[in-house]
Design a protein. Structure first.
Length: 432
């Protein structure tokens, strides 16, 4: 049973509620008086949250669609579509009171880049806090159809000759990601560098918002890109290109998006922050059930959310990957994970890897105190407090804030206790 402020609602009720109305009925049974809590409720009734049209925004969308924000005393939560990660940053800097947003579905490194002023106007720091991870796995690295004959998959070195030939002919090699220093930037840089391709010297990296990736590939504006779903699957469904590999093949069970809030909003609204976290946790549990994947795909496909055919969402949600190059594999174990395998928990060791990679590529100085910065931005304590109040099973609460050393597809090992050793093991990195 999932405990919520003195009442109980079963996990089965959460998972099996097939519609917003059905879930609302289950909620009414658990909360016949309509009360939020026996203790103090949220200080406000809403919060403005940004999202990008990516499948890993599902927990926020489901919490809205299924009435979970309302259940936890936040009936006025707004889930607002952002045009790009740059727009997300700018609206976070503004804040909700100034017609911006208070928090967002966000690339995990961005709260660090914003908190330190690395990507803000005039380098002004805007303190941010990560309170949850939204998902693991299920991003993709896709390549233009013209490179199909190279046979490129996980080994990016198969592109070296073709890229060199194109460059020798005077053409630019363009590789797209979604935000400098963000997760997709780091995934595609890792993949290229592991194949002996220097992402700073051998190609040009360009920034393209996720929903515009397919259209840009269609008109030949890029040679490869890294983005989240459903855009890799849509590319394949439209026959424009193919997926060389998924990011879960680089590092299975890797962290991806986070839920982050402005730190000043959390300070003013600690109860509302915890209520928000509880609603998102319940949405993650629902979204993780394989029984709900078809409905989830239909919801995300709606005009106000992604405005795409549900088939562009469904396959990789279930772990079925049509790479578009003659390979189609079912039951890969690389489906997007929202709850299982501690997907929701914001491990500090995961954040440390993202910061270390951003040291590698020059976004942070080599002498950055990674542990201190993670301790400042990562608020796993809020996650734990919300999990306790929600009655999350002990097995779903990690014993440690670190998952320990992680091993990548090319044999490199990241030990969060010794990031310098990891950096020393890498042959391609930003020039000093």
């Amino acid at each position: 049973m999932t405990k919520t402020t003195g009442m109980t609602i079963s996990r089965r009720q959460i998972l099996k509620a097939g519609s917003a109305a059905a879930l609302a009925g289950a909620i009414r049974l658990a909360f016949p008086s309509g009360a939020f809590a026996a203790t103090s409720g949220p200080e406000v009734t809403g919060v403005k949250l940004g999202f990008i049209a990516l499948t890993d925004a599902a927990p926020l969308i489901i919490a809205k669609e299924k009435g979970l924000f309302e259940k936890h005393g936040l009936p006025d939560v707004e889930v607002l579509k952002q045009a790009s990660w740059g727009a997300t940053r700018d609206n976070l800097v503004l804040g909700g009171e100034a017609n911006g947003i208070d928090g967002a579905h966000i690339l995990t490194p961005m709260p660090y880049l914003i908190s330190t002023g690395k990507v803000t106007q005039n380098k002004v720091p805007v303190p941010m806090s990560i309170i949850a991870r939204l998902n693991l796995d299920s991003q993709g690295i896709s390549v233009a159809k013209q490179y199909a004959d190279t046979g490129v998959q996980l080994d990016a070195s198969k592109l070296k000759e073709a890229f060199a030939a194109k460059k020798a002919a005077g053409d630019e090699i363009k590789v797209a990601m979604t935000f400098p220093g963000g997760t997709h930037d780091l995934w595609i840089r890792y993949w290229l560098a592991a194949g002996g391709i220097d992402p700073d010297k051998d190609v040009s990296t360009i920034v393209v918002p996720p929903p515009q990736m397919v259209a840009n590939m269609k008109v030949g504006n890029m040679d490869a890109f890294c983005v989240g779903e459903p855009w890799n699957e849509q590319l394949v469904n439209q026959g424009i290109g193919f997926t060389a590999c998924t990011t879960g093949e680089l590092w299975k069970g890797h962290p991806e998006k986070a839920l982050a809030l402005r730190s000043d909003w959390i300070e003013k609204h600690p109860n509302a922050t915890k209520a928000l976290m509880m609603a998102v946790m319940e949405a993650q549990i629902w979204a993780d059930s394989m029984d709900n994947k078809e409905e989830l795909s239909t919801i995300l496909g709606k005009r106000q959310w992604f405005n795409v055919p549900p088939k562009d969402v469904a396959g990789r949600l279930k772990g079925t990957i049509n790479y578009g190059n003659g390979r189609k594999i079912e039951n890969t174990g690389l489906e997007m994970k929202f709850w299982k395998d501690h997907a929701s928990y914001p491990f500090k060791s995961h954040d440390a890897w993202f910061l270390t990679e951003n040291v590698r590529w020059g976004k942070f100085a080599p002498d950055t105190d990674i542990k201190a910065l993670v301790d400042k931005v990562n608020r796993e304590d809020i996650w734990r407090a919300a999990a306790k109040d929600l009655g999350v099973a002990a097995a779903d609460i990690p014993a440690s804030t670190s998952r320990g050393p992680e091993t990548f597809f090319d044999g490199k090992v990241f030990d969060p206790e010794n990031p310098a050793a990891y950096l020393d093991s890498l042959t391609i990195k930003a020039s000093a």
